[in-house]
Design a protein around this ligand. Sequence first.
Ligand SMILES: O=C(O)[C@H](O)COP(=O)(O)O
Length: 331
Amino acid sequence: MATSTSQHALSSIKLLSTGCLHPDKRNCRVLSVSVGRRCPSARNLGLLCASNSQSSVIEPVQLPRSPKSGVTPKKSGESALILIRHGESLWNEKNLFTGCVDVPLTPKGVDEAIDAGKRICNIPVDVIYTSSLIRAQMTAMLAMMQHRRKKVPIILHNESEQAHMWSQIYSEETKKQSIPVITAWQLNERMYGELQGLNKQETADRFGKEQVHEWRRSYDIPPPNGESLEMCAERAVAYFKDQIIPKLVDGKHVMIAAHGNSLRSIIMHLDKLTSQEVISLELSTGIPMLYIFKEGKFIRRGSPAGPSEAGVYAYTKNLAQYRQKLDGIVQ
Ligand SMILES: O=C(O)[C@H](O)COP(=O)(O)O
């Protein structure tokens, strides 16, 4: 029995709206698409100020060719890709450059991760990728605690043969109730070099606001002995293409819990942003973003508003049906 929300969702599928533009940001694409509803304030959801087309559908990605037959694998139906920047960390709170220093979340960051989980609790997740840093891993685990499917996220340990052997699960049924969590240093925050540990405001006072903004947001200018966004993209986007896209092609639904800049590099790739456009891309802590991967294309669907809203579920029949199934399973 379809619930009212998913009925709304299903009925709204035909009313697909394209990206709504925030009235006072004419040339900006909003990281959100509303379904015949008041467009959520763009300010809350992050903006891409881009002069190019407003379509939320981007060019198909190059599907990986299978090395053996050389044939491009069959395109799957449709997969969900959720990106979440970690919740506020202790050094975000202190306004310190963090980079690859491994600091935990603040209590507020824990709440943000839980809220993010509530916003994606009806969206399918088959596999989770996160970085090797605890703030991203905490965010992934806390978010999945809110998921209505109640599968158990389990970090896979492959750092050694023994770690792999000793963390085996010997029950197919238990495995079915688990979600693999893969940690990858390639998804770590950009390495901020000699800025790590420095206060951002004091650094701006010392080197000038423009210089610090250039280090923080430009594409190819690295901080002293650190990584530029371009260098971060070389590992993060390569990992996304090599390891994550094949999962999406196989129809797996993926969540990536990572960092401001490693995710900026991935979104730059997904949205084909120029090195100029990416300067204005800002990601808030703990705000989930949804893409739909379909027929080799990534379609940006913005930020799920929450379990009570049809929102993104209205954008694909599969998401609406998954939600109906959950409504049937979970009272
Ligand atoms: O590494 C850090 O300091 C933050 O996580 C991101 O910093 P930024 O917003 O200055 O890139």
